[in-house]
Every structure is written in structure tokens, then in C-alpha cells.
Design a protein around this ligand. Structure first.
Ligand code: NDP
Length: 475
């Protein structure tokens, strides 16, 4: 679509972050060398190297677990109100350093600064504030007050700092200590968080950050002195972890993939639904486990809705993640871009119709235009597999019962969306959808007080809210 006027660039300055040439592991309150081969983390929007980062070997992971074990005694013995003070302090420092964290997250991950600044970082602070509030009230939560011990936590690259907050805040509030491994492509904000722990005078060993690839993650998960494993990532690795943990005393929570249905009824406010569809699948380049990647639209409004959606996609600005006007940033890695391309190719070859708005993509970096597929059948690969990119598959339905049937026809069950004017229909649908989170007339809304988690192959256990405490207490 022709822009009515051009936007002048509005880049956020990156001067606020001072990235060093190399980073070590954070063990027992100190930055130390790793014994594995270091790796580079790059800016996916430019392919420029941001820093070299240490790889933790299994010996390094062992040191980190020992440090966490040593710290556990004193940390778990602190009165909850004292632990809360540290968490409140961390939350406040995150707020104070919000701009720096947002810029760094956008540099390392590729997400638009508008999102890292207005969504990720505020939610990170909110999670620490929320669980700080629970630390001295555990006895009222109903899961006892006994922490599990050392938590081994492995997180993905799509919300690097937010997933860290989801894991670390409840663990610490309940009196556990942690060893966390960030994803290989996005380690920087976790290392900044390590620095924030020092700034907050958190006792050494309570939080340990070990960087590295999948092998480092496997060493964390498999360490015999880890009491609790928390993982967010692909269903495939989730299965490996479930196998590794089976037969041990470790407690496990898994937050895995999704293929959410975003269901639009004919009586929905169409313009509002279009915004919800865009937010559902193009937020964070679609690198969202609960993304509304399958649009189910009632047949009678299909044409009207698709016309409005295409018009809206024509106004999305794809490009420099640090530009405050940008709506869709860079794909996080070359591997992820290859996967999105491959699945989109399969979509075409299986007979779905592909459409993207005209948009110029930067030459350097990893980019994929917002894409919709129409004429998608339930049997198509793009209706079943998680693409984890800015790609929407459109299916239709005629009756509410058919919508439920199609929405539930997936091995996943993380989230769903319903768009309708009728409250009774929302309740009727929500009762029948097999999904951990059901949004009504909105999508991708997160709050630290709401539990989040899946059914079926989307994993088990809940993070967030009162329910999130259960995963870190010896119930
Ligand atoms: P992974 O599940 O491989 O990565 C998640 C985390 O697990 C990373 O820190 C990763 O390390 C680590 N890891 C990898 N292998 C192991 C292992 N054997 N034991 C323990 N930890 C391990 O996801 P990918 O990043 O490879 O993405 C692949 C696909 O997964 C995506 O295309 C997407 O479809 C889906 N995905 C889903 C997410 C969700 O939230 N639902 C999040 C991320 C991905 P490293 O970074 O070094 O590989």
C-alpha cells in the first residue's frame, strides 16, 4: 500500500549500552571464565557481532550448582520479608535501567524497541514486584513454605529477559537458588541481569548464569544436585528433558510450543478484531509460543475481514528494531529464518495461497515480511506445525461447534482467542477450548498475576500468579 506520508527515522540511541568485547559466566557472585569454546552473539538486524560469550562446560555447570547449593541454606532460612527486600530492590533497579535493558534486548534479539521498551521490560519489573509481594505471604498461598532447593532453568530466545523473570522471580521468592541458562543467540540481557544482582547486593550463589548452547542446557538439566527443572522452548527439546528427568526426584515444569486458534465470529467488531489478529501473530515477529497463528474466521465475514486485515498489514513498518516507528523487527537467527522460509514454501506447495504486503526489507540481517496464507486446510503442514514467525494461516468455520472442533484439532493447547459481541458465547467457547489461556476480545495480554501454561504437548505446570508458586515449593 502506498504510504500517505513517509515516516522520518526515529532511532533510539544505542549509546546507553556499553557492550564489552567478551563476557564470562556468572558463578557465586563473580564473573568467571568458562572452559568451553566461547561463541559470538550477533545483532540479527545487521549481523554485526555484539560480543563474545563464554561457554560453560559440565564442570562449570557443576561449579554453578555447587555455588547455588552452598547459598541455598542461608537464602532459604531468611525470613520471607528479607528475601522480598532483595526482590523489590531488583525490580526497582530494572525500572531505573529500563531504557538500557530495552535497547540491549532489541540489539541482541531483533525485536522492535517499542515492544522491548513498552512490553518486555515493564513486565519484567512487574514480575519481580509481584513475586516480591508473595515472599512474606507464602503461608497464605496454600502450598506450604518449604522451597525445593536448587532450580536449573533453561530459557529460549524469544523473550530473553522476560522468560528469565518468569523463572527467577518465583524461585527466589520461595527461597530457592538458581542456575539459569539463557539461549545461545540472546545471552546479553541475562548477563546484564547478573550485574543487577550484584548491584542489589544479592548474596553470592543465589543466582548463577551459565551461557552456552544446548549441551550446557543438558548439563544443567542433568546435574544430579538440581532439585527442580524449569524449561521453556521447543516441544522437541522438552521431550528430551522430560526423558532426562524421568526416574529422578527432580520436579519439572515445561512450557513448550503452541498453534493457537484466534477465532473471529461474524458479530465481532471487525476493526478491533483486525488489531487483535495483528497483535496475535505479528507481535515479536511471531516468535511467541502463544501466538494466534491460526485465524479461524466465520465464513460470512471472511471477505470483509481479510480485506481489512490486508489493508492493515500494508501499514506495518518492517525494519530497524531500534527505530521507534518499527512494528516488525528482525528474525532472531539465520536458522529461524530458514525454518520460516521452509514452512512457508511447504504452505505454497501444499496449495495454500500466500500473500504479503509490499515492503522493502533491509539487505543485511534476517528478515521475513508479514505473511498470510488463505485457503488453508486443517491437513496442511502450516495449519499444524509451529512456524514461530510472522506467518498467519487462515481457516474458516460456519458454526460455533465447528470452530471448537477446529481450534482443538492440534497437538498443542497453550492459548486461544475469541472475538464476539456475545458474552454467553465467550463463556460457551472458553468452556470447550482445550487451551491454558483463553483471551476474549483481546490477545497476547500478559500479567504477572495470571497463571500461564499449556495442555497436551504445550507442556505442564503453570508460571505466574499464585499457581506459579506451586512449582517452586515442596507441596
Ligand atoms: P530449543 O528448545 O532448542 O531452545 C530452548 C533452550 O533450550 C535454549 O536455551 C537452548 O539452547 C536449550 N537447549 C537446546 N537443546 C537442549 C538440550 N538437549 N537440553 C537442555 N537444553 C537445551 O528451541 P530453538 O531455539 O532451537 O528453537 C527451535 C524451535 O522451537 C523454534 O523454531 C520454535 O518453533 C520453537 N520454540 C518455541 C518456543 C516457545 O516458547 N514455545 C521458544 C523457542 C523456540 P540453545 O539456545 O543454545 O540452542
Amino acid at each position: 500500500m502506498m504510504a500517505i506520508f513517509e515516516y522520518a527515522p526515529a532511532p533510539e540511541s544505542r549509546d546507553i549500552v556499553d557492550i564489552k568485547a567478551s563476557y564470562g559466566l556468572f558463578i557465586d557472585g563473580e564473573f568467571v571464565d568458562g572452559s568451553g569454546t566461547p561463541f559470538k552473539t550477533i545483532n540479527p538486524a545487521t549481523e554485526e557481532t555484539l560480543a563474545e560469550v563464554a561457554t560453560a562446560s559440565s564442570d562449570d555447570v557443576d561449579r554453578a550448582v555447587q555455588a547455588a547449593r552452598k547459598a541455598f541454606g542461608a537464602w532459604s532460612a531468611l525470613p520471607g520479608a528479607e528475601r522480598a527486600k532483595y526482590l523489590f530492590r531488583i525490580a526497582r533497579i530494572i525500572q531505573e535501567r529500563a531504557r538500557e535493558l530495552a535497547v540491549l534486548e532489541s540489539l541482541d534479539n531483533g525485536k522492535p524497541i517499542r515492544e522491548s521498551r513498552d512490553v518486555d521490560v515493564p513486565l519484567v519489573a512487574a514480575h519481580f514486584f509481584y513475586y516480591a509481594g508473595w515472599a512474606d505471604k507464602l503461608e497464605y498461598a496454600g502450598f506450604g513454605t518449604k522451597p525445593l532447593g536448587v532450580a536449573g532453568q533453561v530459557i529460549p530466545w524469544n523473550f530473553p529477559l522476560l522468560m528469565l523473570a518468569w523463572k527467577i522471580a518465583p524461585a527466589l521468592a520461595c527461597g530457592n537458588t538458581v542456575v539459569l541458562k539463557p539461549a545461545e543467540t540472546t545471552p546479553l540481557t541475562a548477563l546484564w541481569f547478573a550485574e543487577i544482582c550484584r548491584q542489589a547486593d544479592l548474596p553470592p550463589g543465589v543466582v548463577n548464569i551459565v551461557t552456552g548452547a544446548g549441551e550446557t542446557g543438558a548439563a544443567v538439566v542433568g546435574h544430579p544436585d538440581v532439585d527442580k527443572v524449569a524449561f521453556t522452548g521447543s516441544t522437541e527439546v522438552g521431550r528430551l528433558i522430560a526423558r532426562a528427568v524421568a526416574g529422578t526426584d527432580k520436579k519439572l515444569t515445561l512450557e513448550l510450543g503452541g498453534k493457537a486458534a484466534n477465532i473471529v465470529f461474524a458479530d465481532a467488531a471487525i476493526d478491533q478484531a483486525v488489531e487483535g489478529i495483528v497483535n496475535g501473530i505479528f507481535f515479536n515477529q511471531g516468535h511467541v509460543c502463544c501466538a494466534g497463528s491460526r485465524l479461524l474466521v466465520q465464513e460470512s465475514v471472511q471477505e470483509e475481514l481479510l480485506a481489512a486485515l490486508k489493508r492493515r498489514l500494508g501499514t506495518l513498518r518492517v525494519g530497524d528494531p531500534l527505530d521507534k516507528n518499527t512494528d516488525v523487527g528482525a528474525i532472531n537467527s539465520a536458522e529461524q529464518l530458514a525454518k520460516i522460509r521452509e514452512l512457508s514454501q511447504i504452505g505454497e506447495s501444499e496449495g495454500a495461497e500466500r500473500w504479503s504486503p509490499a515492503c522493502e526489507l533491509p539487505e543485511q540481517g534476517f528478515w521475513f515480511p508479514p505473511t498470510i496464507f488463505t485457503g488453508v486446510a486443517q491437513s496442511h503442514t502450516i495449519a499444524r506445525d509451529e512456524i514461530f514467525g510472522p506467518v498467519l494461516s487462515v481457516l474458516t468455520f460456519r458454526t460455533p461447534a465447528e470452530a471448537v472442533e477446529k481450534a482443538n484439532n492440534t497437538p498443542y493447547g497453550l492459548s486461544a482467542g475469541i472475538w464476539t459481541e456475545k458474552g454467553s458465547r465467550i463463556l460457551w467457547m472458553a468452556d470447550r477450548l482445550r487451551a491454558g489461556v483463553v483471551w476474549a476480545n483481546t490477545f497476547n495480554k500478559f500479567d504477572p498475576a495470571s497463571p500461564f501454561g499449556g495442555y497436551k504437548e504445550s507442556g505442564y505446570g503453570r508460571e505466574g500468579g499464585l499457581h506459579g508458586l506451586e512449582a517452586y515449593l515442596d507441596v
